[in-house]
Write a protein that binds this ligand. Structure first.
Ligand SMILES: [Zn+2]
Length: 123
């Protein structure tokens, strides 16, 4: 005689809580990131540290919802110290042989970005 094991106890109904990330949340996250960068720009002249805080918040939202920050916004903060940057104020921008060199005056580091339509398909 083979003893039958109680298997019914193992079959617990499970709720799928995190399986789906709704599009609405992603949309809201993107809107919030947009707003934060807008606010950061407005507040920069009166309180640059608050701008940096907004960048931090925007990055956190992006990470939480796994949203990519728009390339137009990614130019607005330093890749090293994540401070909000304004060209001519705390950011120096130079173009060198098809590349843009960004020089952050906050942490004295620089990085390059390819310029032009290299990644875009021309139509
Ligand atoms: Zn920096």
């Amino acid at each position: 005689m083979v003893e039958t094991r109680k298997q019914s106890r193992n079959a617990k109904p499970r709720k799928r809580k995190y399986s789906k990330k709704s599009d609405d949340h992603i949309k809201i996250a993107k809107e919030r990131i947009n707003k934060l960068f807008g606010e950061a720009e407005l507040i920069f002249n009166s309180d640059s540290s608050l701008s940096n805080r907004y960048v931090e918040l925007a990055r956190k939202i992006a990470m939480k919802f796994k949203v990519r920050i728009d390339s137009s916004f990614r130019r607005r903060f330093c890749k090293h110290c994540y401070k909000y940057l304004i060209p001519g104020k705390n950011l120096r921008v130079r173009v060198d042989s098809g590349k843009v060199i960004y020089y952050c005056l906050e942490c004295k580091k620089f990085w390059r970005m390819p310029v032009g339509n290299k990644f875009k398909n021309k139509k």
